[in-house]
Design a protein around this ligand. Sequence first.
Ligand SMILES: *Cc1c(COP(=O)(O)O)cnc(C)c1O
Length: 423
Amino acid sequence: MTLQEKDSQYLWHPYTQHKTSKTPIAISRGEGALLWDENNKEYIDAIASWWVNPFGHSNKFIADAIYKQLTTLEHVLFGGFTHEPAIKVAEKLIEILPENQQKIFFSDNGSTAVEVAIKVALQYFFNKGEKRTTIIAFENAFHGDTFAAMAASGISFYTQAFQGMFIDVVRIPVPVKGEEQVSFDSLKKVIQNHNCAGFIFEPLVQGAAGMVMYESESLAKLIAICKENNVLTIADEVMTGFGKTGKTFAMNYVSEVPDMMCLSKALTGGTIPMAITTFTQDIFDAFYDDDINKALFHGHTFTANPTGCAAALASIDLLQTDEMQANIRRINKSHLQFQKKIESHPKVITARTLGVIFAVEIKSNTEESYYGSMRTKLYNFFIENGIVLRPVGNIVYILPPYIMTDEQLQKVYKTIEEAIEMV
Ligand SMILES: *Cc1c(COP(=O)(O)O)cnc(C)c1O
């Protein structure tokens, strides 16, 4: 049996309707921005394997750090114990995060980072004896697939089977240029009419919605409104964190600071699953008490896994090198040139760039759904041409590893241009 046949026999894949989907491609090897399948066909990984892999596949620097940690201390429980790798990650993050972020809580993936933030927002007010049970989120947000994260997510087919089983979430529109006031007014009204505990948002770029971008000034205003009303703000930087937007965090563009931040995806350079939720001292203090019931009763078996911490430290080191920062600027410049070239194409609705993130919306005669027919056609075309891209409906986006070469990037652009002609 081939790997593909065995896969069909045993495995259940994420976000996959197995009856209508093609059999998954078996990847046997990766290096830099490239992947090879079991038949040695080469692919350019133009989405950094779901946005986790900025420094390239099989990165030796991170691998060495992991090996060293594995042969020193692979894991120890974090309840009642601590270790140097966790402390070093915390020290490093506190140095590079917005200055009000003072406490670091580890978990395992983006969804759990969000789950922790939402639970903390709710318990913060519970601990203070205040009844605040509503979470505010953007329309079309994506915050993950565990229950509270799913409740905050607004992409309907991810969540429709579970409607009526969620915590209270009220949605506001993402600020649109020229019509920002609609979003501000909506937030004020929601705060007036509900007992709001927190507002969770993807800062500047809504990834899963199709790299939808909005202005930092509008986000600053929304955060300011929350602050005036004592509503906690949660910046979900699971996708945007660690350089994707051109700065270390998307929040570095925003003049207001959030109360909490969620990090994962690129945290360990795509090696070991790990996530972090960060907090202000004020939030930590609301749980600090003689009463054990006020503690945060949340944890995961692999919390602060030392091997994951070693991978995170190596990744942040790589991110901070001049070479990596130059790569980020190079890709951004290249994206802007490509954007200029194709935005006037008759079949293009709009194109946009922030940092290493590029997206183009292609005209369609029909309403394009998330996993609709145009998406399937585009996806298959890219795969046939040896490029890994996962369009969202009629939106094609690129989020390359920062080490992608100019030549590889040009091939991705050229294939996107061909795809636009094809559909
Ligand atoms: C991917 C993502 C998540 C969920 O992360 P997982 O590791 O897939 O659970 C949460 N928030 C945002 C913004 C994401 O892009």
